[in-house]
Design a protein around this ligand. Structure first.
Ligand code: SF4
Length: 397
């Protein structure tokens, strides 16, 4: 038996990777401890230069207290990213279930099975596919996670039932490019999977982590708006609101197509990702991004200052000065904050269910943050009474 700890950097896919490793080690009879296990797993991210450098720092910090550190996830596949890591750092070069199998195999099992161990999060992230077969010019993800491949619908639906039985109130379907999910043999599209997942007995709330606009089909829109357990929230990466920049990025839509596809979902809480300072982005192009985000009323914008990634088509391009990127990022975040507050203010006087995931705070059905006093893990009905910087102020109804 070994003591272990896991941590992740980056997105929900990285969280799901870390979760798979953690569960595998628990199942094998190892004991989870706070930060400083004999075995420490760092599931890494490489979406930006900064993410890689934070991943490197996390591995090196862990190496000071661990017997062995396993570096897994996206950045572990990036050539040379951990070349100067300390001797007790093992770079797995694997993601997802392969990473879990590698770490578990290397640590060794003691055969004491604890399959019922409940994760301490109130929501569970269930991976439905991995990899991406698109080729956006700036993105390193297809290089480190490979082409798209889906889990079977049976496996996904079974895992959701298991998560609900473990006590999770909310399930988030995750993947690198969720809309690529297909189970051809069993006849499942994403829309069918979401419909059936949403009907899981005992499940309170189902969300999609993120979806490309090309995959927002009429079928999916029907399921998103017609399944009571499905959260009225959608995260759709925009990246830019300018057609010339979108073309240079290798994205597969125009700004007008993006807007048209989301038109039937205007009542949902829409959130997005935007890259600022892409080489082809001038002030006019950035202005179009601001205008589109505003027209769509997107509440939360995750702003990524462009940083060239090795091995991508735009690896040698970084034309926009750092201070300009910083300034555009600041303007976009200010707009995002204003749009959030507008949506929050419109909720005052209404009630919603809030899943409390940390002291004094949780998320309503539409994934807006609500500040309410209730036990962590509780799903409470609350009434909105005001707005603060961090979200809707509410009291238990
Ligand atoms: S859709 Fe584009 S940005 Fe998203 S993972 Fe695939 S290549 Fe990267």
């Amino acid at each position: 038996m070994a003591t272990f700890s896991t941590r992740f950097l980056g997105c929900k896919v990285s969280f799901a990777d870390a979760q798979a490793i953690r569960e595998r080690l628990l199942r094998d009879g190892h004991v989870e401890v706070g930060e400083a296990g004999e075995i420490q797993v760092v599931n890494t991210c490489c979406v930006t230069h900064e993410a890689v450098s934070k991943s490197r720092q996390a591995a090196s910090r862990a190496s000071r207290s661990a017997r062995t550190v396993y570096v897994t996830g996206c950045a572990s596949n990036l050539e040379g990213a951990f070349a100067d890591a300390p001797e007790n750092v093992v770079v797995s070069g694997r993601t997802g279930d392969e990473a879990a199998a590698f770490v578990a195999g290397d640590v060794g099992a003691i055969g004491c099975v604890d399959a019922t161990h409940r994760l301490d999060r109130v929501r569970a992230f269930v991976r439905i596919q991995d990899g991406c077969s698109f080729s956006c010019g700036f993105c390193v993800i297809p290089l480190v996670r490979g082409a798209t491949r889906s889990r079977t619908a049976v496996a996904v639906l079974g895992e959701i039932r298991r998560r609900v039985a473990q006590g999770h109130r909310e399930v988030v379907l995750t993947g690198v490019n969720l809309g690529c999910f297909r189970d051809r043999e069993a006849g499942y599209t994403l829309a069918r999977l979401v419909r059936e997942a949403g009907a899981t007995p005992g499940l309170e709330r189902l969300r999609l982590s993120s979806i490309e606009v090309n995959h927002v089909t009429d079928d999916l829109v029907g399921v998103l708006t017609g399944t009571p357990t499905v959260s009225p929230h959608l995260h759709v990466p925009l990246q830019s609101g300018d057609d010339r920049v979108l073309r240079a990025m290798g994205r597969r839509y125009t700004a007008a197509q993006f807007e048209r596809r989301l038109a039937p979902l205007r009542d949902l809480n829409l959130t997005t990702d935007v890259i600022v300072g892409f080489p082809a982005e001038d002030e006019t192009a950035f202005g179009r991004t601001l205008a589109l985000v505003e027209r769509l009323g997107m509440t939360k914008v995750h702003v990524f200052p462009y940083s060239p990634r090795p091995g991508t088509r735009t690896a040698d391009d970084d034309a926009v000065p750092v201070d300009v990127k910083r300034e555009r990022g600041r303007r976009l975040r200010a707009l995002s904050d204003a749009l959030s507050r507008r949506r929050w203010a419109a909720r005052v006087g209404s009630t919603d269910r809030v899943l409390v995931d940390r002291p004094g705070r949780g998320y309503a059905d539409d994934y807006t943050p609500w500040l309410v006093d209730a036990e962590v893990g509780a799903l409470v009905t609350a009434r909105a009474v005001g707005v603060a910087d961090e979200g809707v102020v509410a009291v238990a109804a």
